[in-house]
Write a protein that binds this ligand. Structure first.
Ligand SMILES: O[C@H]1[C@H](O)[C@@H](O)[C@H](O)[C@@H](O)[C@H]1O
Length: 584
């Protein structure tokens, strides 16, 4: 008896997502190797398992996919358990998240303890702004090119390149005695941050099993917010140590070195190897990732990736890059992916989180907390804890749902803060905020509580979900698409950081918070109409959803069915691959 590779046959049309989803109602398992009791049909719609005798020509395992391209992915999914190899790859890649958080986080403490260590004088306000913004600027510059670089050189090599920039940047800063050396060090470190912020989530989403892809990508965000928390913690501890800021910067070399060393022994993603035509390595990585899956299924998965890897035409790299950009803008599903990816990153920055973190120090001082580092720890601690909540809910509850819980929550918290600011009364003396009413203020407490509430809703939704951006784009435009989205994030961060104080001065804190509340409200509407539910979908299925609209309803139905399929199979303890192996 020959080996039969289970695969999916479908006549489902890709052109109509509604139909496609409708056709996915029925999931059939038929196999000549099955025992009669196992032959049958699972009807998901009725939530009942129906066992019908198989006819002679129903001689193979079939699972109807949602689109023609998706030949093997459903079957692969059923065998996708989390192997130690995938966990290792995820943790090593997400060290980039830690460095993103640590390097953007330590600067506020460093600027306090730097004193007169640079040029023998206290840094002016403008110089402090330049040192802070240099990292965002550096990140913005490299994020524009990192996606293309990831396709040309590989995800892994790009991460290793970012390690080198972290090292050069950190050494320049640690040894800095002039303002300009410090600023250049921060800029080069920013180059590394930009690359890491794009590549790490891309890497993770390409190696993750789809049912937990969201969760694994959130690990990067957890490391990021954890990195910010550690930076504030170390900053508070080193505040009064002589040259403490140099130690603070020097500490960033440890995670960089760990990541670089680990990457020397780890491979790139199977999708990258397929892009390069190295199918042997792609197969090898998939085998190590899915240890309980048969070789035949792995081979079909590689075939599937090859089919989906329609390479972009072009004689040389610039021509290919140009054609990729064209493809990104002219293919409707890509354009929608771009609108969602860039839209979510812009929302993340323009709803004011980062500036709020900065300003919270002043607010807390008004109610008696004198240590602004401690304040930052409380706020960034909330950010970290609720990223953890997102970790547990992103695949179960779904990305769309947590966004639609988070954004209205943020709107409400910002409205309350705006009202409280109005009654607290803050005036400006130059660039320094002065609270009119001194001493213990109940409005001050309201502001503190609602800043924490804001942080919680932010971290749960918009702080985390935009970094799932890689799943929006098909393989051939994924690098460049995620570049656009990441660059939007850094551009937003730069704009907000450099206009926040001016806003506070010109439209008052109450006005500024009301402005952010208005943007959060508009963002809720954007997400309601434009952000489909993508949890549990294959990376390639996302394009089917975005083909002829944002297809919110169809996406929700498909995500639900994917969950039911997996739940059914788990319930049945039906392991198609295992059976094939037993039958051989
Ligand atoms: O997702 C992260 C996270 O929310 C950080 O706390 C924030 O500082 C970054 O700007 C953002 O990209």
């Amino acid at each position: 008896m020959g080996i039969h590779i289970p695969y999916l046959t479908s006549k489902t049309s890709q052109s109509n997502v509604g139909d496609a989803v409708g056709n996915a109602d029925s999931v059939e398992f038929n196999s000549e190797h099955d025992s009669p009791s196992k032959r049958g049909k699972i009807t998901l719609e009725s939530h009942e398992i129906q066992r019908a005798p198989a006819s002679d020509d129903e001689d193979r395992i079939q699972i109807k996919p949602v689109n023609d391209e998706d030949d093997t992915s459903v079957m692969i999914t059923f065998n996708q358990s989390l192997s130690p190899f995938i966990i290792t790859l995820t943790f090593v890649a997400s060290i980039s998240g830690f460095m993103f958080g640590y390097d953007t986080g330590y600067i506020s403490s460093a600027l306090i303890s730097i004193g007169t260590d640079l040029d023998h004088k206290v840094l002016t306000y403008g110089e402090k702004e330049i040192v802070t913004a240099a990292t965002s600027l550096g990140a913005l510059i490299t994020s524009i090119f990192a996606g293309t670089a990831a396709d040309i050189f590989g995800r892994k090599r790009c991460l290793m390149g970012s390690n080198l920039m972290f090292v050069i940047g950190a050494i320049l800063q640690v040894s800095a005695h002039t303002f300009w050396q410090m600023a250049v060090g921060r800029l080069i470190m920013g180059f590394g941050v930009g690359i890491g912020s794009l590549i790490a989530p891309l890497f993770i989403s390409e190696i993750a099993p789809k049912m937990i892809r969201g969760r694994l990508t959130v690990i990067n965000s957890l490391w990021l917010t954890g990195g910010q928390l550690v930076a504030y913690g170390c900053g508070a501890g080193l505040n009064y140590v002589n040259n403490g800021w140099r130690i603070l910067v020097g500490l960033s070399l440890i995670p960089t070195a760990v990541q670089f060393t680990c990457l020397c022994f780890l491979p790139d993603t199977p999708r990258y190897y397929v892009m390069k035509g190295d199918l042997a390595r792609a197969t090898e990585v998939l085998k190590r990732s899915y240890t309980d899956t048969s070789e035949e299924i792995i081979e079909r998965k590689v075939e599937e990736l090859v089919t989906l890897n329609q390479s972009i035409p072009g004689k040389n790299v610039p021509e290919k890059v140009w054609n990729t950009i064209k493809e990104l803008h002219t293919v409707p599903s890509n354009l929608r992916a771009l609108i969602i990816g860039c839209g979510l990153q812009a929302i993340q920055q323009f709803t004011g989180w980062n500036s709020l973190m900065y300003f919270s120090g002043t607010i807390f001082e008004t109610v008696g907390f004198k240590n602004s580092s401690a304040v930052s720890i409380i706020v960034s601690g909330t950010n970290f804890i609720f990223t953890l909540v997102a970790f547990f809910s992103i695949d179960k509850i779904g990305r769309r749902t947590i966004l639609l819980i988070g954004l209205p929550g943020m709107t409400m918290a910002l409205v309350v803060c705006s009202i409280a600011f109005h009654f607290l009364g803050i005036k400006f003396d130059g660039a320094v905020a002065v609270v009119v009413s001194s001493g213990f203020s109940s409005w001050g407490i309201v502001i503190i509580v609602f800043i924490i509430v804001f942080a919680a809703f932010y971290a749960l939704g918009i702080g985390t979900v935009p970094w799932q951006q890689s799943e929006l784009f098909p393989q051939n435009v994924r690098g460049i698409g995620t570049s656009y989205a990441t660059a939007t994030n850094w551009a937003g961060s730069l704009v907000i950081a450099s206009t926040f104080l001016t806003m506070l001065q010109n439209i008052t804190p109450a006005g500024t918070f009301a402005f952010f509340a208005g943007l959060s409200f508009l963002s809720t509407i954007f997400c309601y109409f434009c952000y489909p539910e993508l949890s549990g979908l294959e990376l390639e299925e996302v394009q089917t959803i975005l083909k002829d609209g944002f297809n919110i309803k169809a996406s929700k139905a498909l995500a639900k069915k994917r969950k039911q399929q997996v739940a059914r199979v788990h319930e049945l303890k039906y392991e198609p691959t295992q059976e094939i192996i037993e039958d051989i």
